[in-house]
Write a protein that binds this ligand. Structure first.
Ligand SMILES: Cc1ncc(COP(=O)(O)OP(=O)(O)O)c(N)n1
Ligand SMILES: Cc1ncsc1CCOP(=O)(O)O
Ligand SMILES: [Mg+2]
Length: 208
């Protein structure tokens, strides 16, 4: 996931609506998306297995990496391209071993210390946030563009910015050196639909 230009990192809605596979295909066909994270906080492992079976081929057929949230073991079992682990999602070193050769992303909130630890544990990217208020998740930490600037000057490991990011507010994050912008609402709740959401995010990143 080493990239020169900032790219879009798409996360699924918390609950998948009926017909989601078609919506996803249309969204991914609308523009540049680097990866898709399946994030179903309230789903049972078997539901996640079924969703992965349906959605992973749609992403991978478009050269979009498919990451699973929260569970490195399940990601490895299902042959995902990687996993995203938070600070409460188990042992990161064990996750790294399970996902040898795959992508491991780690939530670092607004902490330089957590990000450096994540780097030492072999994270492929560090995720900072929340940058803006968001209704998608209750958040305790507020990150700033200065953190992204500091990280990108000091380290090669890519950064992901997350939390309330939209086409309207993302420019300072891109300019500060974020490698990826992770979004839920900006795409899935876009008034003209998810494909328009992807196009709007791509245009805003390019214009930043
Ligand atoms: C890209 C990315 N960044 C941060 C998170 C948040 O992970 P976590 O802190 O474990 O919170 P939950 O997503 O599990 O509610 C993420 N999922 N993706
Ligand atoms: C999963 C997560 N982690 C920190 S903020 C957030 C929610 C991101 O969703 P949105 O892009 O709708 O704010
Ligand atoms: Mg988590």
């Amino acid at each position: 996931m080493t990239e020169e230009r900032c790219r879009l990192y798409l996360i699924t809605p918390p609950v998948l609506p009926a017909g989601f596979a078609d919506l996803l295909a249309a969204a991914l066909d609308a523009g540049d998306v680097a990866c898709l994270q399946l994030r179903l906080k309230d789903a049972a492992p078997d539901d996640i297995r079924r969703a992965t079976e349906t959605l992973m081929p749609i992403a991978q057929a478009r050269d979009v990496a498919f990451l699973l949230n929260d569970d490195a073991a399940l990601a490895a079992e299902l042959g995902c391209d990687g996993a995203h682990l938070g600070q409460e999602d188990g042992d990161h070193a064990a996750g790294r071993k399970l996902l040898e050769g795959k992508i491991l992303g780690i939530t670092c909130h607004a902490s330089r210390h957590l990000a450096m630890l994540a780097g030492e544990q072999g994270a492929d990217y560090v995720a900072f946030g929340a940058f803006f208020p968001t209704g998608t998740k209750a958040t305790l930490h507020r990150a700033t563009p200065e953190l992204l600037e500091w990280w990108s000057e000091m380290f090669e490991i890519p950064s992901v910015a997350i939390g309330g990011i939209t086409a309207e507010n993302c420019a300072p994050l891109v300019r500060a050196g974020a490698d990826f912008l992770a979004v839920v609402g900006a795409v899935w709740s876009h008034p003209e639909g998810p494909a328009a959401g992807v196009r709007a995010m791509n245009a805003a990143i390019a214009a930043a």
